[in-house]
Design a protein around this ligand. Sequence first.
Ligand code: MTE
Length: 296
Amino acid sequence: MLIQNRRELSAADVTPKSLWLDRRRFLGMAAGVAFAPAAGGRFGLNEAQTARKDATSYNNFLELGESKEAPAENAHRFNPRPWTVKLGGETAKPLTQDIEALLKAFALEERVYRLRCVEAWSMVIPWIGFPLADLLKKAEPTSRAKFVEFVSLHDSARLPGQRNPLYPWPYREGLRIDEAMHPLTLLAVGMYGDLLPGQNGAPIRLVVPWKYGFKSIKSVVAINLVETQPKTTWGSMQPGEYGFYSNVNPAVDHPRWSQKKERRIGEILKRDTLPFNGYAEQVAQMYAGMDLRTNY
Ligand code: MTE
């Protein structure tokens, strides 16, 4: 269901002073040259950013281990080069692009987004990336493209957690086409002024700030435009707990715990969880008329 008349986002919706990165310096950093983030553009959400140390050492990335500490501990075993991203399915112009070419092809932008995990913790992270829509438009989706499927790297030599037979590898996620085209939906290639560390989904990952964190799939190698709702890792493993939409919703509890509050990493007192993670004004209209209890 595509909703018409979507209000375009103003820069203030995403990053009050949207910071357009010095791309040459960022790419220079990719080749090992030091990178100093441009001063002044950093901004905000009216909230403190999560300490970089916390955001890079408390992660869910099953391919690098099951505990929160394991991804950072095992990231040195994960080399995110060489890397290609394949965009296919219902498109007029399918494309396969090397990560370096992708970094050059799009204007990178810093955006500070909240990310709220289904486990009731949250972070505020300065991501660097470009709107997913920019990439999708390049491939010219056909009229049959109703959903977008995302697939992570499947390579147990690089991602040893994939030797764990409990999970159906590779990790998969999906969005409806209007969600994927929404200007808030970001393909991130960096954070805190740096390239993405392995534990945070190097070299390229999705960030969908109004949905629970597991929708923000890491280390993406394939993006497929499809006609029917794709299967997702958590949706196929525990369909009663993890729905396709997974919009942050304090009114709908996870079957085993409440979603009313969250612990911001680095803080002691819990905060109230906001509908759509605080992005309701920008995204709620995409779900007008839908029962968000059934479509959890
Ligand atoms: N992507 C892959 N490929 N594998 C995963 O295990 N975990 C998800 C998501 N993306 C996961 C993934 C979950 S549960 C969360 S909360 C976010 O990544 C966390 O992102 P962060 O580590 O950058 O905060």
